[in-house]
Design a protein around this ligand. Structure first.
Ligand SMILES: [Ca+2]
Ligand SMILES: [Ca+2]
Ligand SMILES: [Ca+2]
Length: 325
């Protein structure tokens, strides 16, 4: 799986290097790889993005011509055609996405290394989990040589809140085209001392499996193909169930909804014995996926009538003597 993911990343990079008009890398429902935050810090090369989304005619383009970039490469907001977007950038500006596995929660200070070639190309927006909070927008304070900045055009420095550990996405959007974005560093330290030079090395990447399956299957049961009545307690159950991410592995049946049969492998049809006696009988069934999540019960009912009809002759009356005409 990891090799496939790496191959896919490489294929995207190759397309980009070949100058093919790169389409948005699909953002997976769960990330296969992520940068690993540790000790309250995570560092990403701008060019090590996990996904890239061009918007409004602009895009982030990998370049190597400007000397002094960390890792020899950076992402340029191009074309430099006078684009500026102060609000609505989440859906209106070209975007870079970084998967990060956070272990440490709290406030992170955002440091960006970049170049603003001119006053109309020296800012960007940052955010987390697909949102652009006001605390991280309008990051600025760059000049015409590589510089780390966490300043914003507002009264505060750039921060985001990581409320829960686990996988999050860090986002960067174009605010002004022409900006050269080299590296991003997030740290819980509020120190005003910028990283020196090209800053610390890029954080390691870790592979993350899919999230655990917590959603039980949903299913249904039909007795004797939906017949309304039967004259025997031996019936056949038709069963159907699906699961969101796993497979339907087991099932249990019950005549009272309290005591269930031992769990058995799921099957589409199964013999079953109804509770003794005539009357309406209900069978309840529940299903489990291969992660052991049991569903709510599904049910079906059938009328049981095992008593043969009684034949009573009312005419001619009992004892009557019929004489041939
Ligand atoms: Ca510009
Ligand atoms: Ca770089
Ligand atoms: Ca499931």
């Amino acid at each position: 799986m990891m090799r496939a993911a790496m191959a896919r990343r490489c294929a995207w990079r190759l397309l980009e290097l070949l100058g093919v008009g790169l389409v948005a890398c699909p953002v997976p429902a769960w990330a296969q790889q992520a940068f690993q935050e540790s000790a309250g810090q995570v560092v990403m090369q701008a060019e090590s993005y996990d996904a890239k989304v061009p918007r409004s005619g602009g895009d982030w383009t990998r370049q190597t011509t400007q000397s002094g970039a960390s890792n020899g490469a950076y992402m340029a907001a191009l074309p430099d055609a006078g684009f500026t977007l102060n609000t609505g950038y989440v859906t209106g500006s070209a975007e870079l996405v970084y998967n990060v596995l956070f272990a440490t929660t709290g406030t992170y200070h955002i440091w960006v290394r970049g170049i603003g070639p001119n006053g109309n190309g020296d800012s960007l927006h940052a955010g987390m989990d697909g949102t652009g909070p006001a605390s991280a927008d309008r990051v600025s304070g760059f000049n015409t040589s590589w510089k780390w900045s966490r300043s914003t055009m507002d009264t505060t420095t750039a921060t985001i809140q990581v409320a829960a550990p686990g996988l999050h996405t860090i986002h960067v959007w174009v605010r002004e085209d022409g900006f050269l974005f080299d590296k991003i560093l997030l740290r819980t330290s509020s120190s005003s001392t910028a990283p020196s030079g090209t800053g610390p090395g890029e954080s390691p990447r870790v592979t993350i499996g899919p999230p655990p399956d917590t959603q039980p299957p949903t299913g249904s049961v039909t007795i004797n193909g939906g017949a309304s009545a039967t004259n025997t307690l031996a019936v056949t159950l038709q069963l159907a169930a699906t699961d969101d991410s796993g497979t339907v592995a087991q099932m249990q049946c019950s005549n009272d909804g309290v005591t269930f049969s031992p769990a058995e492998p799921f099957q589409a049809t199964a013999p079953w014995t109804l509770a003794a006696g005539d009357g309406t009988k209900t069978v309840q069934v529940r299903f489990a996926d291969d992660a052991g999540n049991w569903s709510a019960t599904a049910s079906d009912s059938i009328m049981v009538d095992m008593t043969p009809p009684t034949v009573t002759i009312t005419s001619p009356a009992d004892g009557a003597v019929i004489t041939a005409p």
